[in-house]
Write a protein that binds this ligand. Structure first.
Ligand SMILES: [Zn+2]
Length: 200
């Protein structure tokens, strides 16, 4: 089963993706993690990405899709996959050209998204992300900080981009008859049980 998760920042895509991965025994591929790994391992692609980002530019779709295709060509995703953080727009979806069985849309009010993200902290050393209530990283003891793009003003901009880019993507998956819309305002386990029902 090939599943793709869609939803605004704060909708719990990463959490639900890793729960689905465990439940169905499928690899969880997080686009954010893949990109961070390339940079961390200082690969040729990683170096190129760093250059682009340092220049304040967006990583081009060709590069992102290339990294993902490379990851998908590994044997573990032949039976299925849970993909999170990709695609962000229809162009990326078309470039990947992968047939998914379900596109799960986690719906969340902007107000709640901003509220959730304002509590988010990231570890300076290992990059692990926490939703709230910690002072130090549970994995490495590193210092936690709030990323600039999680601050309210930046969040409003991110949500605006999300809505503009995701609307056509929602229609794209609707036409393919694989879109499942889930109310992500509720508790993590309630959302998870709804996703399982939707998957049948
Ligand atoms: Zn850490």
């Amino acid at each position: 089963m090939k599943i793709v998760l869609l939803g605004p920042p704060g909708s719990g895509k990463g959490t639900q993706a890793s729960m689905l991965s465990e439940k169905y025994g499928l690899p969880h591929i997080s686009m954010g993690d893949l990109l961070r790994e390339e940079v961390k391992n200082n690969t040729d692609i990683g170096k190129k990405m760093k250059e682009i980002m340092n220049a304040g530019k967006l990583v081009p779709d060709e590069l992102t899709v290339g990294i993902l295709k490379q990851r998908l060509s590994k044997g573990d995703s032949s039976k299925g996959v849970v993909l999170d953080g990709f695609p962000r727009n229809t162009r990326q979806a078309e470039m990947l050209n992968e047939k998914f069985d379900a596109a799960i849309l986690l719906e969340l009010d902007d107000r709640i998204a901003i509220e959730r993200m304002s509590k988010r902290r990231q570890c300076r050393d290992c990059g692990k992300i926490y939703s709230e209530g910690r002072k130090k990283c549970g994995a490495c003891g590193g210092e936690l900080y709030q990323r600039d793009d999680d601050k309210p003003a930046a969040m409003e901009k991110r949500l605006e981009i999300y809505h503009t880019e995701t609307k056509p993507l929602i229609d794209y998956y609707k036409k393919k008859k694989i879109l499942k819309t889930i109310d992500a305002m509720r508790a993590v386990d309630v959302v998870f049980s709804d996703i399982q029902k939707a998957l049948g």
